[in-house]
Write a protein that binds this ligand. Structure first.
Ligand code: GDP
Ligand code: MG
Length: 223
């Protein structure tokens, strides 16, 4: 048992070292990067699409799409106007720093201001692997149910921002927003949260303003 624990620790620490390298690569290129995580179908690619459109007049976006097998999501991001690279994980349930390093090498970072990394749809594995991004964002969605913070605490504990997508479905789905938010607050007090709908556009402006302010602040203070 002890040997297994040590091997897992070594893998994670090798990953963390590469994540530091990735972070330096991003910093050097003046690219701000988000690690976007969620369960399958929560709306990661949809949020990426509306974000590309919403920021197009101010910022050039890059997208790295982690997917077990297809390039459907990268195709959607490219169609929306971003420089997009697909990473097929070959069955792995998360992206890791090596995969990100390979994807970064395929991009022209000099023209990108914001890089969004769409992690593999999963509420467990991605939380354990640093990539070297600046912030991580979790997307929850109304039809997934209001109990998810209670069931996947590790994911909710480790993120810097939370999007609650598909609020257009609130009238049709049993989702107690107060219960959901109480669960989040217990795990990650004060977590900045954006209830929105990629479908109707409700709430989207607050998300775009936060991103734009984060990017402007990064130019001034984080470099
Ligand atoms: N009703 C509704 N459906 C949405 C919304 N955002 C995404 N969807 C739908 O949810 C499904 C999964 O979206 P997708 O962006 O592919 O999720 P991903 O697997 O997390 O990347 C698609 O059918 C989307 O059209 C939303 O705000 N409201
Ligand atoms: Mg997707």
């Amino acid at each position: 048992m002890k040997a297994r624990v040590e091997v897992v620790e070594r893998i994670l620490s090798a990953n963390d070292q590469l994540a530091v390298e990735n972070h330096k690569t991003l910093e050097k290129a003046n690219v701000y990067a988000l690690n976007m995580m969620a369960s399958p179908g929560a709306g990661k690619t949809s949020l990426i699409e509306v974000t590309i459109h919403g920021l197009a007049d101010r910022y050039q976006l890059g997208v790295i799409d982690g997917d077990i097998a297809t390039s459907i999501d990268a195709d959607r991001a490219a169609e929306a106007g971003a420089q997009a690279v697909q990473v097929n994980t070959g069955g792995e349930c998360h992206l890791d720093a090596v995969m990100l390093k390979g994807a970064l090498a395929q991009m022209d970072l000099s023209v990108i201001r914001l890089l969004i990394v769409e992690n593999v749809g999963n509420l467990i594995c991605p939380a354990s692997f640093q990539l070297g991004t600046h912030r991580s964002v979790l997307i929850a969605s109304v039809p997934e149910g209001d109990d998810k913070p209670y069931k996947y605490p590790g994911m909710y504990r480790g993120v810097d921002a939370l999007v609650i997508n598909k609020i257009d479905l609130m009238p049709y789905v049993e989702f107690n927003m107060d219960y959901f938010r109480e669960g989040v607050e217990a795990l990650n007090p004060g977590l900045i949260t954006f209830p929105l709908s990629c479908r109707t556009g409700e709430g989207l402006e607050a998300w775009l303003v936060w991103l734009a302010e984060t990017l402007d602040g990064y130019k001034k203070t984080e470099r």
